[in-house]
Design a protein around this ligand. Structure first.
Ligand code: ZN
Length: 122
């Protein structure tokens, strides 16, 4: 028995929601299989993990991560003010909100910021 894809009557919001959830569940299974095969750890496979997480979250399986990035952003901004690009002396920019990575717009180098406080060499 095939479900009618285009019923004459208007599909209820409930039915649409059911269809959405069903398609998300299929997606989750497919992505889960890919992760099970180790594809998520291969180069270029990071999107599978991201996607899996996003779909799981859409289904309500994973509570949304409540991470306050404003403190990280403030610390990164502060650090970058004191720390010009080691390559060219340019002004580094945080790659994206919450990230501990900085990119130099001038020479396009990316740097990983560490969370430890390092004492300057004397
Ligand atoms: Zn630079």
């Amino acid at each position: 028995m095939n479900p009618d894809l285009f019923p004459d009557s208007l599909a209820s919001a409930d039915a649409l929601e059911q269809a959405r959830i069903k398609s998300l569940q299929h997606q989750l299974i497919r992505l889960g299989d890919m992760l099970g095969d180790g594809l998520g750890d291969e180069p270029g496979g990071a999107w599978i993990k991201r996607e899996y997480r996003a779909v799981a979250q859409a289904l309500g399986h994973v509570p949304p991560r409540k991470r306050d990035v404003s403190r990280t952003n403030a610390r990164v901004a502060e650090a970058l003010q004191r720390m010009p690009c080691p390559g060219c002396g340019g002004m580094l920019q945080q790659t994206r909100s919450g990230a501990l990575r900085a990119k130099c717009p001038r020479c396009a180098k990316t740097y990983q910021l560490t969370t430890q406080r390092k004492e300057p060499h004397r």
